[in-house]
Design a protein around this ligand. Structure first.
Ligand code: ADP
Ligand code: MG
Length: 212
């Protein structure tokens, strides 16, 4: 398992996520209109546009850790709502886990994503089954861990993670929300896919695409 995640692939990941958020902005907002306040697509578009302005600037951070940290801080300061601090925490924790590693091999990428998702879940006090972004992200980390355990390369491991995220997203539909705005609806939150689980799946798919 020699393949590593390069700085160029990290940048490609962020660009692919920005593109997905733009493409599916209306869909994300519709999902949030059903069980929230109809701003999830707008929130993430604003945040990822700010992130890409930073990435495209001359002083783009040149290590994985510094780039991910800058992304996290940008998301916290621009996204607002619940998802800003949560996605921000994901990137800040991933940055801390990346540390000063020179190459991000599959184990390191797993460590980064796991730290990010654990940080997000603990910040949101959310567990799998609460109908949040954690329902997509936690299975994705587990699928990557399984793949790394089998000795699969990063591209195959991240593809498996993306499939698991999408399954986790779909599994949110029948659930009653226990966290965030959607939880105010109680039983009426059932029958709708969680918007954060939908955007989190895009985040994992973007990484799989960037590394493929
Ligand atoms: P807001 O709810 O403040 O309008 P967004 O619409 O941008 O923020 O994001 C909503 C998404 O955030 C939800 O679909 C859910 O996935 C996620 N979310 C909300 N609260 C939590 C929480 N406590 N833990 C984990 N995820 C959460
Ligand atoms: Mg909202």
């Amino acid at each position: 398992m020699t393949q590593s995640l390069t700085q160029a692939q990290l940048v490609a990941w962020l660009g692919a996520f920005r593109d997905a958020v733009h493409e599916h902005r209306a869909h994300l907002t519709e999902l949030d209109a059903a069980i929230g306040d109809a701003d999830h697509g707008t929130n993430l578009t604003r945040g990822m546009d700010a992130v890409m302005a930073l990435v495209d600037s001359d002083d783009v951070p040149d290590t994985a850790a510094s780039l991910l940290k800058a992304v996290g801080m940008k998301l916290v300061s621009t996204v607002g709502g619940a998802s800003g601090p949560l996605y921000g925490t994901f990137f800040l924790r991933a940055a801390a886990a990346a540390g000063d590693a020179e190459t991000l091999d599959a184990e390191a990428v797993l460590g980064m994503l796991r730290a990010g998702v654990e940080g997000l879940a603990s910040r949101g006090k959310a567990s799998v089954g609460d109908k949040t972004m954690v329902d997509a992200l936690a299975p994705a980390v587990q699928a990557l861990a399984d793949a790394v355990g089998r000795g699969d390369g990063l591209p195959a491991g991240l593809r498996a993670a993306a499939v698991a995220a999408a399954e986790g997203r779909e599994a949110t539909t029948p659930l009653e929300a226990r966290k965030g705005r959607a939880s105010y609806l109680g039983e009426r939150s059932t029958g709708h896919t969680d918007p954060g689980a939908a955007s989190a799946t895009m985040l994992v798919e973007a990484l799989a695409d960037a590394v493929a």
